[in-house]
Design a binder for this molecule. Structure first.
Ligand SMILES: NC(=O)c1ccc[n+]([C@@H]2O[C@H](COP(=O)([O-])OP(=O)(O)OC[C@H]3O[C@@H](n4cnc5c(N)ncnc54)[C@H](OP(=O)(O)O)[C@@H]3O)[C@@H](O)[C@H]2O)c1
Length: 293
């Protein structure tokens, strides 16, 4: 008798991983999540940089699908901590690839629009990457490791994921907090992205997984917005003061990492396969608000 599918979500305490964990359970799959250090969590600890433990845990578990949602999304921190970024995004990923190969698991990897330099967005899956920051380079290296392995895999490129997360550290929650404290929020009007609600991302990824798709897929929101406009949308949907959102030019923001000016992704390829609707930021934010209640 064939055993039921088991999904292993690495990084299940994070923004993206917790949405994958939610979706996997919603769709009735057997699900096992891991985290690094989030203390209050019931989730099992597993550090992807510890090769021996990773090999043993995956060998014992024999998952059918492994979702690699580990690592930071703090671009600025990674720019000044390239070794730490490499340890998780490249070496940690390599450990998981090797372990997955031994049990013949399929790997689902969450990559980023930051593998592009942002000079010619929106980007399709076939466009040529040219990262401008440490994070982008490490994500691209990760993609290369997977693509040159024998693993059955899905590489999901996404950008600017938002949603509820236990540590309240994604940009939307930060903006909400600042506005609640009546603080001014300055956001670049010349950086354009395609933000996506975390649960919509997870649903779309599971559509691809369940239909046996392979290779590279963009999954992003269906609307290109400047980060300034996105901030205004957040304020409107959450009933907060929109006048506290102020436009700035990217060049005036003192950042180390070079952020792509246009990190938008096109969903054309995915839309032919998935049932999930990829919507505008307003619709995604309204869904997020609804999901809290
Ligand atoms: N958020 C986005 O907009 C976005 C866009 C494109 C790609 N991605 C990618 O999606 C992945 C998840 O991003 P996120 O926004 O969900 O980040 P996040 O909220 O910071 O979550 C990161 C997750 O990884 C875990 N983790 C960190 N270091 C680890 C390690 N050494 N070994 C095992 N687990 C580790 C964390 O565990 P603890 O909670 O215990 O620390 C947490 O579960 C990252 O690879 C990121 O590059 C995110």
């Amino acid at each position: 008798m064939k055993k039921p599918n088991l999904n292993m979500i690495i990084g299940a305490s994070g923004l993206v991983g917790s949405a994958m964990d939610w979706c996997s359970k919603e769709r009735g799959h057997k699900t096992m999540g891991t985290r690094l250090q989030e203390r209050a969590s019931e989730i099992e600890p597993l550090d992807v940089t510890e090769r021996t433990r990773v090999m043993k845990r995956i060998r014992d578990l024999e998952p059918d699908n492994i979702f690699f949602c580990a690592g930071s999304n703090d671009i600025e921190w990674m720019e000044s901590h390239p070794d730490e970024s490499y340890a998780v995004n490249v070496l940690g990923l390599k450990n998981v690839i090797d372990a997955a190969a031994r049990v013949n698991a399929r790997l689902v990897f969450i990559s980023s629009a930051y593998i592009f330099d942002g000079s010619a967005g929106p980007y399709a899956e076939s466009d040529t990457p040219n990262p401008g920051c440490v994070f982008g380079w490490h994500k691209l290296l990760g993609e290369h490791l997977i693509a040159t392995s024998d693993l059955e895999h899905l590489i999901i490129r996404t950008s600017n994921v938002f949603g509820w997360d236990r540590l309240n550290k994604n940009p939307v929650l930060e903006v909400i907090q600042l506005l609640k404290n009546e603080r001014t929020v300055s956001l670049p009007e010349d950086i354009v992205e395609t933000p996506i609600y975390s649960r919509a991302l997870a649903d779309a990824v599971f559509d691809l997984v369940e239909s046996g798709e392979k290779g590279v897929y963009n999954i992003a929101g269906n609307e290109a917005v400047s980060l300034y406009r996105f901030g205004k949308n957040i304020a409107t949907v959450f009933g907060l003061e929109t006048s506290h959102i102020k436009p700035v030019k990217a060049r005036n923001m003192k950042t180390k990492a070079r952020r792509p000016r246009n990190a938008c992704l096109t969903n054309k390829k995915a839309r032919k396969v998935i049932a999930t609707t990829l919507s505008s930021t307003q619709v995604g934010l309204k869904q997020m608000l609804k999901d809290e209640l």
